[in-house]
Ligand binder design. Sequence first.
Ligand SMILES: O=C(O)CCC(=O)C(=O)O
Ligand SMILES: [Fe+2]
Length: 332
Amino acid sequence: MEEAAGNDASYPPLFRRPDPDTGSSRDADQQPAPANPVFEVPVIDLEHLDPVRLEEVCRSVGLFRIANHGVPSALMDRLLDQARVLLSLPFESKQTLFSDPMSYIWGTPSLGAKLSNLNWVEGFHIPLGQPKSKGHDLGSQDSAASFRCLADEYGQHMAAIARTLFNAVAARLKLDAKKTASYLSEFDGTFVRVYRYPCCPDIDKYFGMGPHTDSSVLSILCQDELGGFQVLHDNQWFHVAPIPGTLIVNLGDMMQVYSNDEYKSVRHRVLANRSEDRISVCYFAFPMEDGLIVSSRYKAFTYGEWKAKVLEDIKATGDKLGLARFRIRDPS
Ligand SMILES: O=C(O)CCC(=O)C(=O)O
Ligand SMILES: [Fe+2]
C-alpha cells in the first residue's frame, strides 16, 4: 500500500527489510488457520449494566464489547488520528521525542526484557496519572507532550469504565471491600499503549503480537477499522471484528486470581497484516503495587512481586509464566 511504503523511514530498521532473518518462526501449533471465524462478541451495555450478565460473560468468555461507554467518539477518533501521525514520524525522532516517563518500544510489548519471538509492532508506552501529565499544555509545540495530554484525557474515561466494571464484578464475587481496596488502582501504575502494527512482508512467520494473556485486572482496547485482534475461545482462534466507536474489554490475570479461577484471563493475539498498518490504543488497569492479593488458588502476592517474577521469567525463558508461577499446586 502506498502509505505504508512511504512510511518506510518511520519503521524500525528491522521492519524495513523484506524478510528479516531474526526471531524464530512460529511454532506449528500457533499458525493461524487460513480463515478464522468471526467471534460473536457479547455486548455489555454500560448505561444499563446487568451484573448477572456481566458475570456470565466473565465466566464463559473473559472478553466483551462495551456499548454506551460514554467516551466521546471525537476523542477516540482524535487519539487514533494523532497516533497515526506521530507513529509516522521517522524512527529516530520517535525514539527521542518519547522519553521518560514515556517510551518508544518496538519488536516486543514487554518493557525491560525481550520475549522470545519478534513481534511486528511498535508503539508508545504512556504512564498515566503522573504529576507532570496533569499540567495540560495543549498549546505546546511539543507534539509528544500534547499527545500525552490527549492520552491522559482518554485515560480518565478508561479509569471510570474500569472502576464501574470492577465494582460490579467485585460485588458478584462478594469481595470484601476493605481487604480488596488495593485490587484496582485506576491511576497509579496504569498506562496506555499506543501501537502501530506496520505492514509485514511475512505474515506466516510473524505475529503483530503473539498469543498471551494480560497481567492486568482488565484491559480496554480501541482499534482502527483494519482488524487483526483475535481471541482464543474453546481452543479455537476467532477474529474480533472492529466496530467503530465500540471498545473491547478483556479480563487479565489479576481478575482470574481475584475470582479463584472462575473468570477467564483470556488468551488473545494480533495477526500481522501484509499490506496495511494497523493502529490500536490499549488501556491497562492494575492493582496497587504493594497491596496483598489473596486467593484460595494462589500464593498471596503483591503486584510488585508479580511484575518482578514476570520480568525474571521473560529474561530466563523468553516467555511469561504468569499464573502458573503463583498457583498453589494440587496436593494430589
Ligand atoms: O493492539 C491490540 O489489538 C492488542 C494489544 C495487546 O493485546 C496488548 O498490548 O496486550
Ligand atoms: Fe494483550
